[in-house]
Write a protein that binds this ligand. Sequence first.
Ligand SMILES: Cc1cc2nc3c(=O)[nH]c(=O)nc-3n(C[C@H](O)[C@H](O)[C@H](O)COP(=O)(O)O)c2cc1C
Length: 190
Amino acid sequence: MEHKTIGFALCGSFCTHSRAMAALEQIAARYEHVIPIVSEIVAATDTRFGAAHDLMHELERICDRRVITNVVDAEPIGPRKLLDLLVIAPCTGNTLSKMAAGITDSSVTMAAKAHQRNGRPVVVCMASNDGLAGSAPAIGQLLMRKNIFFVPFGQDDPVGKPTSLVADFTQLPQTIEAAFQGRQLQPLLL
Ligand SMILES: Cc1cc2nc3c(=O)[nH]c(=O)nc-3n(C[C@H](O)[C@H](O)[C@H](O)COP(=O)(O)O)c2cc1C
């Protein structure tokens, strides 16, 4: 068990939540503290992929603490230096674009901004249908930012969804390890 505190934030790519939760189980087994965070839409939305209440319950069970669901509860991450590293998995095109534009109007973007002021690593595990379209500029900008690392990603369905990009969630633990060493896990493109 490593004596580190990881923030684990989920955005509204509902179809990848099961992959994120599998990765979270591994991370919780390895690091002493994991603080769960969800975007407001995740906290409030039931979809065909599951009910919000069940997801929150599962997060609290795995992490053994209350889930951060709003800007007010995410803000102390900065001044209190609560996290050694922040994971955003899944990270939507919406949250990617807000981070690139400096917009901080959700629990997850607030967590990212608060954490980044401490100069500590953020690991982005993206899932976006418009990664090679509307979100592409944001991905490019975040690739150039200090302390932001990406879980290796690729096209999940080049014919059916030609602009979709999804990270390989199974590489999240290795990406975190590399990020702690200040290194982007390679190859970045799958
Ligand atoms: C069923 C469902 C699946 C979605 N899947 C994705 C997805 O895989 N990637 C994505 O970027 N947005 C997806 N969205 C859209 C986001 O949920 C939406 O942009 C939302 O505003 C994201 O908010 P957040 O980034 O604060 O979590 C999905 C929405 C729904 C209802």
